[in-house]
Design a protein around this ligand. Structure first.
Ligand code: NAP
Length: 313
């Protein structure tokens, strides 16, 4: 398979890069200075694109690669891939579901605890020597708080399971009510936000879910409410979130993703009720290796005419 050209869209994982290099003719797109010229030169040999949550295959790239057969994403989210274009051209698409579910769900609960119990602020308190001058102030209990989840899929369900262990009543929103689901369903996000203390975003980014967290939802969540976003940054109207936090109209936020990441609004840096993570939902060695193995397995299956492991298209 070493004559098959594979285009890696952006840096994502050293092990994956190393293994791709062993098996295929690997092109690192981010290192290419003159992209249009590179594409003209190498388009005829590139049959696969490996993307991630940072960069994938948009319509322009797909059009520039006439021999493209498969886009294999090192992510479960498909928002960086033009799926319509792939379908139209018969290009296969794969992602990395399930293997990352537990890590992302763990982190969502970690963010709930970190925001409500002010874990980061109290750590800072100890390190700065302030404890000697007095105890850290009281915080807010997590156990028993009502949790609302937008997107009760693999990750949303894993979050619900964990939150149940904290005796949190669970409710959710999705496009359709899940059959035989014991959690309360709200067809409207505003209604869900009005009826929960902690609102967690765990749905895919699509045109319909862009800014699913807007001013109305933030106001419904209110000054005691907490927003947790482990989905994608553009789910949230970020200027609205920032002003609500700065003005105290929202109780707190735990964010793993941002609208223009790695740019993070500096207004949030001084807020103790906000916990900021650098998009590390699936960021453990174990999970990233498992994701890499799925990307490799899907490419190998495709190029040896076997069924794909995790096909999307
Ligand atoms: P999944 O199993 O496909 O679940 C997605 C859920 O979202 C489904 O239950 C779906 O239900 C719901 N949904 C779809 N469109 C919706 C809409 N318009 N409004 C409300 N709910 C909607 O996906 P997953 O594996 O749980 O992953 C979810 C997302 O998490 C990914 O797409 C990715 O963006 C994000 N993620 C982030 C990280 C990170 O590092 N922070 C890591 C992994 C994944 P219905 O079809 O019934 O609407």
């Amino acid at each position: 398979m070493d004559s098959i050209g594979v285009l890696m869209a952006c840096p994502m994982n050293a092990y994956l890069e190393q293994e791709l290099e062993k098996r295929f003719r690997l092109f690192r797109f981010w290192q290419v200075p003159q992209k249009p010229q590179f594409l003209k030169e190498h388009a005829a040999s590139i049959r696969a694109v490996v993307g991630s949550s940072v960069a994938g295959a948009d319509a322009e790239l797909i059009e520039a690669l006439p021999r493209l057969e498969i886009v294999s994403s090192f992510s479960v989210g498909l928002d960086k891939i033009d799926l319509g274009k792939c379908r139209e051209k018969g290009i296969r698409v794969t992602n990395t579901p399930d293997v990352l579910t537990e890590d992302v769900a763990d982190l969502a609960i970690g963010l709930c605890l970190a925001v409500l119990r002010r874990i980061c602020a109290s750590d800072k308190y100890v390190r700065s020597g302030k404890w000697k001058k007095g105890d850290f102030r009281l915080t807010t209990k997590f156990t028993g708080k009502t949790v609302g989840i937008i997107g009760l899929g693999r990750i949303g369900t894993a979050i619900a399971k964990r939150a149940e262990a904290f005796n949190c009543p669970i409710s959710y929103n999705s496009r359709t009510e899940k059959p035989d689901c014991k959690y309360k369903y709200y067809p409207s996000v505003v209604e869900l936000a009005s009826n929960c203390h902690i609102l967690i975003v765990a749905c895919p980014l699509t045109p319909e879910t862009r800014h699913i967290i807007n001013r109305e939802v933030i106001d419904a969540l209110g000054p005691k409410g907490v927003l947790i976003n482990i989905g994608r940054g553009p789910h949230v109207d970020e200027p609205e979130l920032v002003s609500a936090l700065v003005e105290g109209r929202l109780g707190g936020a735990g964010l793993d993703v941002y609208e223009h990441e790695p740019e993070v609004p500096e207004e949030l840096f001084g807020l103790e009720n906000v916990v900021l993570l650098p998009h590390v939902g699936s960021g453990t060695v174990e999970t990233r290796n498992a994701m890499a193995d799925l990307v490799l397995g899907n490419l190998e299956a495709h190029f040896t005419n076997k069924p794909l492991l995790t096909p999307v298209v």
